[in-house]
Structure formats: structure tokens, C-alpha cells
Design a protein around this ligand. Structure first.
Ligand code: NAD
Length: 478
């Protein structure tokens, strides 16, 4: 078995806690289905200790000079880079993605920490003009202890997106990353610890997700909820947070529409879209999924997409020649298989894929392209979160926009056209928190990342990621 070096534990009050006296959950290798190691699960007592620690951590950290907070973030970024190869290997071994993708994720995560280090020093308020002897101040203060929960698809970046802005803004945070990719999250935690972060500022726990979120969100200590995951779980957590009117950031699912107009450069568009669709085996919240293609180029697009997809090399993520790894867990494979079979039985045509491939073990599913998928098929309405592309034709601009906006999701959208007037119209009328026009890159440290409609609210990254951790206080002095 390939050696897995993840050192699994809980981090509470500056101490690493192992499985003694605790239940464990297996961390698996998605490429083989084999077990790497057992992850300790937090007990109720552990969670109480985490809440006590986060309260102490907040009292200390909120009064620490921004420049000191920045120094910790800068150091954590450099440790993340220095340890990047080893952390990428752990990420591949527990999540499945090709190692080159894991390295790219770590580079982005480190850049994000550097960005937050700068923003930590720019949390400005305002002084309002008043008659002599009076003064009004607008103060921005850290909201308080954060409870954060995140998905397994970007096992390093998702964790950094929670820790970075909390630490920068002077909050403390209890984070529950995905149990399935605990080793990567723990390596991020170690970078912060080794960067000199005081003991109680960040606690990292794992366990039964519903038990942990109920415990943390019912406590009056917790002042902010930050969640990255599916729409149904997000709605459930929001209801729990409502009881204490908790500030919340919701990074939920999507069903990315792509509008391909007949004036675009089709070959470049196809190269970009096929590579992007199957990145991380399609397990990306902003993954392009519904491809709406204008009539005149529809046949060429569908054929070109299927040909390119059929050439993708699927295999274990540690193999340098692999372009797409396994899915991260068996429920992902079951889910995508159900959507494909449902569409097939509703009359959809499979241009390539539609099966488990020939790896013989692990959680693999072939890169799959379908056309003629009825609007009523589940795949056209539910987020596949896997290697599935759905291609449909459209005639007019109005029809394309209507299709793009048809679902309750509003996370990412992609448009390809050389027509500047149309680009402006699409930017105005397509309902998505992030729109890429003639490209597929949507994530950068300085740009807000987030959705609208049922894809959530609040942003991560950019100055907006810090704002989401602040409360505003107005003071009138006479
Ligand atoms: P999920 O909602 O079931 O789980 C996501 C994470 O939340 C996991 O780590 C899980 O342990 C945790 N979780 C589940 N139930 C919980 C509960 N009751 N309390 C606390 N935590 C809980 O989703 P999934 O299927 O594992 O992940 C994929 C989903 O995440 C997709 O819908 C995807 O679009 C979404 N996602 C969104 C973003 C974004 O930034 N918008 C990024 C990544 C993933």
C-alpha cells in the first residue's frame, strides 16, 4: 500500500488529542478503497473544551495588534509552500485528485493567506464630521468565535478559506473540516501552529457532523457560522443559526450553466471547457455542467467535446500521467450513476462514458458527456458534483439566458462570445455570484468568491471575506 503520512488527531486548546477513549472513523484511499488510518471523533466533552478554548482565544486574539496577526498569516503561508509537496501527496491519497492539481490548490491557498495578511492591517472604520466638540465613529470589530464546517473537495483550500479571514480579522474559530480529508486539514493546522498562532485561537475537531454542528451552534459562545457544502445541509444549519440570530456565510452548491454563442473561438472554448469540467473529477462547486450551445455550432461543439473527453487519461492521482482521478467517495459514484441512468432512461444520448471505466477498484467513474437530456431529467435539475457534462442547443440570446437562470442555484456561470455588447448584457442578466466570460478562472485571492439564490450568501476571499467576519459599531461622542 502507498505510504500515507497523515497524522490524525483533534486540536483543542493548543493540544493534539489522539484516539484514546474516542471512537474512530476510517480515512480511505479513493483510488483503491483501502483504509489509511483511523481518525479520532470528538466527544461531547471535547466540544465543551473547544468552546471554552475558543472563548479564551477570542479574548486574546481580538486585542492582538493587526501587524502580529499578519505575521502569523505570512509565516503560515510560507510553511504551506515549503511543505507543499508532502501536503499535496496526502491530499491526493485521501481525496483522489491528481497531485499536480493538489499542488495548484496549495499555491492558491498560500496566496490567499498572504492576501489576508495584508487585509488584516486594513480593517478601517470611519470618523464622521460633526460640530466642534462632537465626534461620531464607525468601528469595525471581529464578530466573535466562529463555527466553520467545510467540504472535502478542496481539502486544503476550503480550510484556508475558513481560517485565513477569521485569523486576519481577530476572531477565534472552531473548524470541522471533512472527516474524509482530515489529514490535509491537519497539515494546514500544523502550519498555523508552527507559525506561532497562540494556542486557543483555532480548534480543529472531527466527528459526527450533525452532532458537532448542533453542539456548537446551540452555544451562545458561537457568534458566526461559516459553511461550505450542499444546499440541503446549508438550509439545515441556517435554521440552527437562526435561534441565536448568528451572522452566517453560506458557500453552497451550484449547477454551472455555460452559454456558448456561435461567434466564439470554438476550438479554444472547447479546450478550456473540457479541461475545466473534469478538473477534480467534476467535484467542484463552480464546475461547468449545463452547456447551452447556439444552434449554428451545436453539432461541432458536442462532437469536439466528446472527442476531447474520450481522450482523458483516468487513473490514480499519484501517477503523473493521470488527468482525472477517482471520485472522492463511494456515495459520489452512486449519485452520478443514478443521474446518468435516470437521464438515459428518459431518452438522453451518451456520447462518451456513462460507466465505471476499467480501473477494477477504487471509486472511479468515466468522464461522461450526454446530449438530448430532457429538462425533467434529474441531472438537469440536481447538482451532479461529478464528471458529467450535459449539452443542449439554444437559438436566441433570450432563450440562452432563460435556460441559464432556470434553476434555483446561482453560483458560477460561463459565457463565450466575442460580442462586447452581449458580454455586458450577460454580465447584467445571468444570475450567478461569479461569471467568467471567455475564460474559466473564477478564483483569486483578491476577488470575492460566493453565490446568490440558493447557492448561498456572503463571500470568501477578497476584502469581502474579512468584512464577513466583522460587526459594525457606531459611537456618537459629545
Ligand atoms: P455535504 O453538505 O453533505 O457535506 C459538506 C461538508 O459538511 C462535509 O464535510 C460534511 O462533513 C459536513 N456536514 C454534513 N452534514 C453536516 C451537518 N449536519 N453539520 C455540519 N456539517 C455537516 O456536501 P457534500 O456532498 O459532501 O459536498 C459537496 C457539496 O458541497 C456540493 O453541493 C458542493 O457544491 C458544495 N460545495 C460548495 C462550495 C462553495 O464554495 N460554494 C465549495 C465546495 C463544495
Amino acid at each position: 500500500m502507498t505510504e500515507y503520512k497523515g497524522k490524525l488527531g483533534l486540536y483543542i486548546g493548543g493540544e493534539w488529542l489522539n484516539s484514546d477513549g474516542r471512537d474512530t472513523q476510517d480515512v480511505l484511499n479513493p483510488a483503491t478503497g483501502e483504509t489509511h488510518a483511523g481518525l479520532p471523533m470528538a466527544t461531547s466533552d471535547d466540544l465543551d473544551k473547544a468552546l471554552e478554548a475558543t472563548q479564551r482565544g477570542f479574548a486574546e486574539w481580538r486585542s492582538t495588534a493587526p501587524v502580529e496577526r499578519a505575521a502569523v498569516l505570512t509565516k503560515a503561508a510560507s510553511l504551506l509552500r515549503a511543505r507543499g509537496d508532502e501536503i499535496a501527496r496526502i491530499a491526493t491519497l485521501e481525496q483522489g485528485k491528481p497531485t499536480a492539481e493538489a499542488k495548484g490548490e496549495i499555491t492558491l491557498a498560500a496566496g490567499l493567506l498572504d492576501f489576508h495578511a495584508g487585509e488584516a492591517q486594513r480593517i478601517y472604520g470611519r470618523v464622521l464630521p460633526r460640530p466642534t466638540g462632537s465626534r461620531s465613529l464607525v468601528l469595525k470589530q471581529p464578530v466573535g468565535p466562529v463555527a466553520a464546517f467545510c467540504a472535502w473537495n478542496f481539502p486544503v483550500l476550503n480550510v484556508v478559506r475558513k481560517l485565513g479571514p477569521a485569523v486576519a480579522s481577530g476572531c477565534s474559530i472552531i473548524i470541522k473540516p471533512s472527516e474524509e480529508t482530515a489529514g490535509s486539514a491537519i497539515e494546514v493546522m500544523r502550519c498555523f501552529q508552527d507559525a506561532g498562532l497562540p494556542a486557543n485561537v483555532v480548534q480543529m475537531v472531527f466527528g459526527v457532523p450533525d452532532t458537532i454542528s448542533r453542539h456548537l451552534l446551540s452555544s451562545s459562545v458561537t457568534r458566526k457560522l461559516s459553511f461550505t457544502g450542499s444546499v440541503p445541509v446549508g438550509k439545515h444549519l441556517l435554521k440552527l443559526a437562526a435561534d441565536t440570530v448568528m451572522k452566517s456565510t453560506m458557500e453552497l452548491g451550484g449547477h454551472g450553466p455555460v452559454l456558448v454563442f456561435d461567434d466564439c473561438d470554438l476550438e479554444i472554448t472547447l479546450d478550456l471547457l473540457v479541461a475545466n469540467k473534469f478538473r477534480n473529477a467534476g467535484q467542484v462547486c463552480i464546475s461547468p455542467t449545463r452547456f447551452y450551445v447556439q444552434d449554428a455550432v451545436y453539432e461541432r461543439f458536442a462532437q469536439g467535446f466528446a472527442e476531447r473527453t474520450g481522450r482523458i487519461k483516468v487513473g490514480e492521482g499519484l501517477d503523473n500521467s493521470t488527468q482525472m482521478g477517482p471520485m472522492a467517495n463511494p456515495r459520489g459514484v452512486t449519485g452520478i450513476n443514478e443521474l446518468v441512468n435516470d437521464a438515459r432512461s428518459a431518452g438522453a444520448r451518451i456520447l462518451t462514458g456513462g460507466d465505471h471505466g476499467n480501473q477494477g477498484r477504487g471509486f472511479f467513474y468515466s468522464p461522461t458527456v450526454m446530449t438530448d437530456v430532457p429538462l425533467t431529467a434529474r441531472a438537469m435539475n440536481e447538482e451532479p458534483f461529478g464528471p458529467l457534462a450535459l449539452i443542449s442547443p439554444f437559438a436566441t440570446v433570450e432563450e440562452g439566458i432563460e435556460q441559464a437562470n432556470r434553476l434555483p442555484f446561482g453560483l458560477a456561470a460561463y459565457c463565450f462570445t466575442e460580442n462586447g455588447r452581449l458580454q455586458n448584457r450577460l454580465a447584467e442578466e445571468v444570475e450567478a455570484g461569479m461569471i467568467a466570460i471567455n475564460n474559466v478562472a473564477l478564483s483569486a485571492p483578491d476577488s470575492p468568491f460566493g453565490g446568490m439564490k440558493e447557492s448561498g450568501f456572503g463571500s470568501e476571499d477578497g476584502p469581502e471575506g474579512i468584512e464577513a467576519h466583522l460587526v459594525i459599531k457606531t459611537v456618537h461622542i459629545k
